[in-house]
Design a protein around this ligand. Structure first.
Ligand SMILES: [Zn+2]
Ligand SMILES: [Zn+2]
Length: 141
């Protein structure tokens, strides 16, 4: 399987992303507060193997998700859902930056502030559209 490794600023936290990945830019208020800017994240088809779980501190940022950062240097790394196995990682932490070819999607575009814009034609979807993807089929939202 295709894999990609990554690490935090100090090197204490490392991971392997498994399978192909897509890159999203999240414009939600929580991501901007957590990272200081829109969050560029990678979601791997077969998930992420966190090699150093003891060096990740998890912060519960909402009822449904938590965010993981390096305990030593504070690098913002992971976002995962509390239920299920969805997880993504900050794109800037990937070792092989050349492997990232494009922005595949902008999410929570309805929370994007006016003071910046991205170029390019990647799809822009709202927060409600993203949340709907995680609703079980047939379940009222
Ligand atoms: Zn670190
Ligand atoms: Zn976000």
């Amino acid at each position: 399987m295709l894999t990609h490794t990554g690490h935090c600023l100090c090197g204490a936290a490392t991971y392997t992303g498994m399978g192909d990945f897509i890159m999203q830019v999240c414009h939600c208020a929580s991501c901007r507060r957590w990272t200081g800017s829109p969050a560029m994240t990678l979601t791997f088809a077969a998930g992420i193997d966190i090699k150093t779980p003891a060096t990740i501190r998890w912060h519960r940022s909402s009822d449904w998700a938590e965010r993981g950062s390096c305990t030593a240097c504070g690098t913002t790394l992971f976002y995962r859902l509390v239920d299920g196995d969805y997880i993504n990682v900050s794109a800037g932490s990937l070792d092989d930056q050349g492997a990232i070819r494009q922005i595949d999607e902008h999410v929570f575009i309805d929370e994007k502030p006016e003071h910046y814009d991205f170029s390019g034609n990647a799809p822009r979807v709202t927060g409600a559209e993203v949340v709907a993807r995680f609703q079980p089929p047939g379940e009222p939202s």
